[in-house]
Design a protein around this ligand. Structure first.
Ligand code: NAD
Length: 710
């Protein structure tokens, strides 16, 4: 856990060395060991000073999220964190010089351990990062980070570190005053020891700046005119961005304002209370579960069928060099895999490659990529119109037009060329995989790989398993998704799969609200206040109202008498067929898109869908926009379209920007409590119809007092 040694000159080395982990983490065990070691060093008259170091490649990676996620006893947690503060104050005021030797990254609680030392020296390690990622998981740096950081750097410079989780390199950390020196890799312990020796020799009591006479907060405290202005601006910006849905950045601001208005000890006491509040809040539990553990499981391919050897990819075929094909080609080339980019003509195929060249030249212009790197990537993309070039591909993905016949045709042509071991994937957004696989001579090797637009940026791939898809094909498809650095979720074949189906309910509900006479501006504002990245009407414009209309027509044709018309179908038909307003792509949808000015709501909309004086309250609109997604997701679980709740939550957050503070559509039901969720759905179903009807599975779970996550 921790190695403790004292050398001949009385300098103790306290070395973090967490057993059986590649990284040092802070939890009750390792913090207890650190407390014990430091108390021993402070109490031992033979010890003159201390160097704190790490036996791993990094200093400390941060707090143990499993422990934080599981903490439910607020009093015990508050007592523990207060004890930790006391220990760090004991080190600061203990009279012996303590220096941290930062060989690699020091993040979160790790950086806080370092800030609690009198001196910090970092190795000039290009991979090392310093910062506080806590806010990204609904937490705050609660081991003094909100107090010591701004007291070292000033409030302005501390803001992006604390409130956005920005990570910086050693040189910048030194410039900001977070660390004192940067030395060549391997010299950091020596430098730390030399500083300790010099401090011992000086005979002066080592003190942190805030404990020294005449200390002033750099740039001024919170109650100076500059400080006030900065905090007011930060507060306004925060509210505009988060609609108060995220308590963590708000509490961080409070810690800085309240804590820096007083002395460090009181500031730490203030921080401990806000920290405890956040650790206990459902928001941090939701974010830790979905964004950290859920994502980690998905990326480790926890649900990959066992016994299938890992597939290495060297050459992939891409049919269709349009928007999606070009993006997928970029992601594939970036992963070091050659990609044959095929379209109907050589010219069309080249267009896809040109898109990649354009995107990468933007990166070069921004200094994020070198010319040589871009050229190397471009050399991996081979545009062609000749199917023979697909020979030797381990995987072929089609992203041609969304037409069954065209997809069937390209499937046949590709299969005639590729080897018997190759797998074939469709990037269809709406057509059932099982049906598309009928065109294949080897349906067991046929699978859905549903990318999101823009494919080169979006992190999720929804893998769709058709009736005939084999486990081996699934496993190998998952290997590809990981090879290109994206996160897979696995779903079973059904109309709209999972993501399009549930995402569609959000857009449809917005359109239903419009038909009911809710003022248009209020609908999109409610979407944003619910935490969604874009309001439902603006989103309908983005994906195109025409697409909503087309899907409705297709579904109606497929289901026949079983089809139940929805408000959204009527609204889409009116917008598209009667008014010719197809969405953003036609420059006219629910919004107008003037060339020289920002978009604005179409003034004619109020005439077509007259707003009523009486309409649901804002809270109910938000509730509908959120619960309509949860209830559809629960149906996907009941119908086994989804295999596990965590897939739903990870997929929603990565796929369509579902608000992470709610944990995901299932995470949100869990947060409400299933009995309360069912009661809300019953109320909404009675008012607005069966789209809100709770599925039996949910009702049964509620009756049994069960939860999706414990
Ligand atoms: P697109 O129109 O931009 O590109 C389609 C490309 O396929 C065109 O370059 C076209 O020339 C080519 N093509 C057509 N017929 C062909 C054939 N017989 N052989 C070879 N190439 C042919 O469309 P897109 O937006 O890239 O979508 C492609 C597929 O991806 C569709 O199935 C779509 O549903 C799906 N998809 C799209 C999105 C999205 O947001 N656009 C998201 C997920 C999935």
């Amino acid at each position: 856990m921790l190695n403790y040694s004292v050398d001949a000159e009385g300098i103790a080395t306290v070395e973090f060395d967490y057993p059986e982990k590649s990284q040092n983490i802070l939890n009750a065990k390792s913090m207890g060991a650190y407390a014990e070691a430091m108390q021993k060093a402070l109490a031992d008259p033979a010890v003159k000073g201390v160097v704190v170091a790490s036996a791993k490649k990094d200093f400390i990676a941060g707090g143990d999220l499993a422990e934080l996620g599981a903490a439910t006893d607020a009093a015990a947690f508050h007592a523990a964190i207060s004890g930790w503060h006391k220990l760090m104050r004991g080190i600061e005021l203990g009279g012996k010089p303590v220096a941290a030797a930062l060989n690699g990254s020091a993040l979160g609680g790790g950086l806080e351990v370092a800030l609690g030392c009198h001196y910090r020296v970092a190795a000039d390690n290009p991979k090392a990062r310093f910062g506080f990622p806590e806010v990204t998981l609904g937490l705050l740096p609660g081991a003094g980070g909100t107090q010591r950081t701004p007291r070292l750097t000033g409030m302005q410079a501390a803001a992006p570190l604390l409130m956005e989780g920005k990570r910086i390199k050693a040189a910048e950390a030194q410039k900001l005053g977070l660390i004192h020196a940067v030395v060549p890799v391997g010299d950091e312990r020596k430098a730390a020891r030399e500083w300790v020796m010099a401090a011992v020799a000086s005979g002066a009591k080592p003190l942190q700046p805030w404990d020294s006479k005449g200390y002033k907060i750099p740039g001024g405290g919170p109650n100076t005119p500059g400080g006030m202005q900065m905090l007011m601006a930060a507060n306004a910006m925060l509210r505009e961005k988060t609609y108060d849905n995220y308590p963590a950045p708000k509490h961080i601001l409070s810690c800085v304002y309240e804590g820096l208005s007083t002395n460090l000890d009181t500031g730490l006491a203030i921080e401990a209370r806000y920290f405890t509040h956040l650790v206990m809040s459902p928001v941090s539990k939701n974010m830790i579960r979905s964004l950290f553990f859920g994502m980690q499981e998905a990326n480790k391919l926890a649900s990959r069928p066992v016994g299938v050897p890992i597939q290495k990819y060297t050459k992939i075929g891409m049919l269709g060099a349009g928007m999606m094909g070009a993006g997928i080609a970029m992601s594939t080339a970036t992963a070091g895999i050659d990609i044959v980019l095929l379209d109907t003509t050589q010219e069309a195929a080249e267009k896809g490659k040109d898109y990649a060249a354009k995107q990468w030249s933007k990166q070069i212009a921004r200094g994020r990529m070198t010319q040589e790197a871009a050229e190397a990537l471009l050399a991996r993309i081979h545009p062609t119109a000749d199917y023979a070039d697909l020979a030797g591909c381990e995987l072929v993905i089609e992203a041609v037009f969304e037409k069954r016949e065209i997809k069937a045709e390209v499937t046949k042509q590709a299969e005639a060329v590729i080897g018997p071991d190759a797998i074939f994937a469709s990037n269809t957004s709406t057509l059932p995989i099982t049906g598309l696989a009928e065109a294949s001579v080897r349906p067991a090797s046929f699978i859905g790989l549903h990318f999101f637009s823009p494919a080169e940026k979006m992190p999720l791939v929804e893998i769709i398993v058709g009736k005939a898809t084999s486990d081996a094909t699934l496993a190998r498809a998952m290997d590809y998704v990981r090879a290109i650095g994206k996160t897979p979720i696995v779903v079973n074949d059904a109309r709209g799969f999972y993501t399009s189906r549930v995402f569609g309910t959000y857009v449809s509900e917005g359109m239903a609200l419009l038909e009911e006479g809710v003022p248009q501006a209020l609908i999109d504002k409610a979407g944003l206040m619910a935490g969604m990245p874009v309001g439902p009407l603006a989103l309908a414009d983005e994906v195109s109202i025409e697409l909503v209309h087309k899907i409705a027509q297709q579904t109606r044709a497929d289901l026949g008498a079983a089809y139940v018309e929805r408000a959204a179908d009527r609204v889409a038909a009116k917008m598209v067929a009667d008014l010719g307003r197809l969405g953003r792509k036609s420059g006219a949808g629910f919004y107008d898109y003037p060339a020289e000015a920002p978009k604005h709501l179409w003034p004619g909309l109020a005439e077509q869908f007259p707003p009523k004086a009486e309409h649901p309250a804002l809270e109910e609109i938000i509730e509908r926009l959120i619960l309509v997604q949860s209830v559809e997701t629960a149906r996907c679980l009941e119908e086994k379209v989804l295999r596990a709740p965590i897939d739903a939550d990870v997929g929603a957050i990565l796929g369509w920007g579902y608000p992470p503070f709610r944990g995901g559509p299932i995470g949100w039901l869990n947060t409400l409590g299933l009995a309360a969720a069912v009661a809300a759905l019953d109320r909404l179903a009675a008012q607005h119809g069966p789209r809100f009807a709770a599925p039996n599975m949910l009702r049964d779970m509620a009756a049994r007092g069960e939860r999706f996550y414990t």
